[in-house]
Design a protein around this ligand. Structure first.
Ligand code: ZN
Length: 133
């Protein structure tokens, strides 16, 4: 599963417009795009820093997983996404190494990437996403 680089860092935010202002005006980064991911009930906004992206996530419904995260832990770093050659192979390898998968198979995420999540209980507390094009 050896990741090639960090593809993005996912950050849960309560208010997307306010968060975008912070990343634009305080951090001085350029908003690349806003995209709704209906499957995960979130709106996303992307900023790029070199090879790494910042993915802001704001819930679009009370039963969104990100809404649950914010309720339990507050806004902040939600997940780290690692670029891999093949998401399905990385998930299988993770499972074979004893990790608990959230996604048994890859699915389509923001930017049409093939994504899959591994449960933070088995990754030392870091919600881990594998993704590939
Ligand atoms: Zn992500």
């Amino acid at each position: 599963m050896k990741p090639t680089h960090i593809e993005h860092i996912g950050i849960a935010v309560e208010n997307l417009e306010e968060a975008i202002k912070y990343w634009e005006n305080v951090m001085g980064l350029k908003l690349e795009k806003i995209e709704e991911v209906a499957d995960q009930k979130v709106n996303t906004a992307f900023f790029r820093i070199g090879e790494v992206k910042i993915e802001l996530l704001s819930p679009t419904a009370p039963d969104s997983p990100v809404a649950g995260f914010i309720e339990k832990r507050g806004a902040g770093i939600h997940h780290i996404a690692f670029a891999v050659e093949n998401t399905d192979e990385a998930l299988t390898e993770a499972e074979n190494k004893g990790l608990r998968l959230i996604d048994k198979k890859s699915r389509k995420g923001a930017e049409n990437l093939n994504i899959g999540f591994v449960h933070p209980k088995s990754t030392l507390g870091v919600l881990t996403e594998f993704c590939c094009k």
